[in-house]
Design a protein around this ligand. Structure first.
Ligand code: HEM
Length: 175
């Protein structure tokens, strides 16, 4: 059949699955993750600014951001873990487990950063503080990227098609 005579392929809807930790279908995990992402991504630039300027302010900021990022990261991780454990379709995604692993590693780096810097923030920056904050920034990117894939590619946490969890991988739209 000539290409132009083929019946048009109906657009396909991706299935979506609602978060179990949500307020009126607005999932809490995406609302909470902005804080650890912003806080923990700031530590490496603050370390570099301290090494460049010598101002103690930047070293103190690194400690504050590590501790605040850790605290809010634990809260965000709790919401994400509930979805991972309660929603069968989430557990079936390898990227959900990769995301969780990257997130736990990120929180371990945040804990190590806080512990190292607590007694003397300025003395801790070189070299060990920087050796922890640079991979931590990379982990923010990896965990965030994988988490974004769960939401934007797999529709996890997205309210939309009722009962989608029980249907096939991709379903054509209702007529
Ligand atoms: C063990 C800990 C974690 C688990 C099990 C987990 C699980 C999940 C799940 C299931 C989703 C899909 C959306 C939803 O269900 O609400 C998600 C999305 C996401 N997660 Fe996590 N998460 C964890 C920790 C974190 C942390 C610490 C961060 C921050 C660095 C993070 C960043 C993200 C991002 C950016 C998204 C996409 C959200 C969006 O739509 O904007 N996650 N995570």
């Amino acid at each position: 059949m000539a290409e132009s005579l083929k019946p048009p392929t109906p657009p396909r809807l991706s299935r979506t699955v609602e978060s179990r930790v949500a307020i009126r279908s607005h999932p809490l995990h995406p609302m909470l993750v902005v804080f650890p992402i912003a806080f923990l991504a700031t530590v490496a630039p603050a370390d570099l600014l301290f090494l460049w300027s010598g101002l103690a302010f930047w070293a103190q900021l690194s400690l504050f951001m590590s501790a605040a990022g850790l605290a809010l990261g634990v809260v965000a991780a709790a919401a994400g873990t509930v979805d991972l454990l309660l929603i069968r379709v989430v557990r079936r995604h390898v990227s959900a487990w990769s995301h969780a692993l990257a997130a736990v590693m990120l929180l371990a780096f945040a804990a190590a950063n806080t512990w190292l810097r607590w007694p003397d923030p300025a003395a801790a920056v070189w070299p060990w503080g920087l050796l922890l904050s640079v991979p931590m920034a990379a982990l923010v990117g990896i965990a965030g990227w994988l988490g974004g894939g769960l939401s934007f590619h797999h529709g996890i946490g997205v309210a939309g098609h009722e009962g989608a969890e029980d249907r096939g991988p991709d379903v054509p739209p209702e007529p």
